[in-house]
Design a protein around this ligand. Structure first.
Ligand code: DAH
Length: 353
């Protein structure tokens, strides 16, 4: 046998490897040439009959052929692996040019914006901001505010009652106004400064607003069974109706960003104030110009309420007010139906973002 008989074997191997389409096919083709029963192994066995000299040269030639076949095999293995990877990459490909799914930024509800605005303005005037329960006792909602059971003024606030009775045997209610916070806050205030008062120091003035949710049996374009109020209270040894006028005028002009806003204090009745006034405002320009618009109830805190706060009405005097942030929001943004606040319609809400 000559060395030349090896070249066709190597060429055949290359051909067979090239034909293999999968790693398994390739390994099968490999067995044909360099496996236990392969062509190269066979040739090795055939060397037994050769002389030592012949064995040397023949062996070297066969080894070279074997190496060539193995090199071809490795090359093909790599090519198949590359192809497989390519297929996989193609299958898992992401089209990064596709536009993503946008998450729209959220925003505060218009009434929340108003609440924040009210809090900021009053905080700048030295008012504390207090929070209180929405499920309220009969005493706090009515009696403490000089509005005892069976008093006709109770019908001004038709509220919801819950199935839990207070110590007085009267069911709790969903507070129809934030006014109970006047007495609640006064009690907290007195407790907070008890040590000072005991030491003979004067009780610091009470200056607070209490914004929050309120409830009434009412539902139309301008009334919702759940609505918002913000209570205000300023009580001290020398706080007068004049201070109410100054504070509330200042507040309204800041809130509506209008210096020529007119205010009117119209005599009214509330059991917890004497005298009492309804506060109306009037814009001098814009779509609402010229109309008087009611924005709050107010008055000088009734002596009976001061007494229920645990304070001496001969010594402490002041004013209170209760306003409607829902209404203020309608006026500020020109919203014409209160129910829009609670529909959750994104087209309405996104305008305030
Ligand atoms: N609580 C009253 C209402 O809901 C509003 C009100 C009037 C609050 C006069 C006050 C006040 O603090 O002094 O209609």
């Amino acid at each position: 046998m000559t060395t030349n008989d090896l070249d066709p074997i190597v060429a055949n191997a290359r051909q067979a490897f090239a034909k293999a389409r999968t790693p398994t096919e390739l390994e099968n083709a490999k067995a044909h040439f360099v496996g236990k029963a392969g062509r190269i192994t066979e040739l090795m066995k055939g060397m037994a009959a050769l002389s030592v000299e012949e064995k040397k040269s023949r062996g070297a030639a066969i080894n070279a052929a074997k190496q060539a076949i193995e090199a071809a095999l490795d090359e093909r293995r790599q090519a198949l692996a590359d192809a497989e990877l390519h297929v996989q990459l193609k299958a898992e490909a992401l089209d990064v040019t596709l536009p993503g799914r946008m998450r729209e930024p959220g925003g505060l509800h218009p009434v929340s914006l108003t609440m924040e605005r009210i809090e900021l303005i009053f905080a700048s005037m030295g008012f504390d901001v207090a929070d209180g329960p929405e499920i309220e006792s009969d005493w706090h909602s009515f009696t403490s505010l000089n509005n005892p059971p069976n008093h006709p003024a109770r019908s001004m606030q038709d509220t919801f009652y819950v199935d839990i009775k207070g110590d007085d045997g009267i069911p709790y209610n969903l507070r129809p106004h934030t006014s109970p916070m006047q007495v609640r806050y006064a009690h907290q205030h007195i407790k907070k400064f008890a040590r000072r008062v005991k030491a003979g120091e004067p009780l610091p003035e009470i200056r607070v607003i209490a914004p929050g949710r309120t409830y009434r049996v009412d539902s139309d374009a301008t009334h919702s069974p759940m609505f918002h109020q913000c209570e205000g209270l300023w009580l001290g040894e020398n706080v007068s109706f004049k201070d109410l006028k100054v504070v509330f005028t200042d507040f309204c002009r800041t809130f509506f960003e209008s210096e020529d806003l007119a205010l009117r204090f119209r005599p009214s009745f509330f059991p917890f104030t004497e005298p009492s006034a309804e506060i109306d405002i009037q814009f001098q320009s814009g779509p609402l110009a010229g109309r008087w618009l009611e924005v709050a109830g107010s008055g000088q805190v009734h002596p009976a309420v001061v007494r229920n706060m645990g304070l001496d009405p001969e010594k402490y005097i002041g004013f209170a007010f209760g306003m409607g942030p829902d209404r203020l929001t309608m006026l500020r943004y020109g919203v014409n139906d209160l129910r829009l606040y609670f529909d959750g319609d994104i087209r309405f809400l996104r305008q305030f973002r």
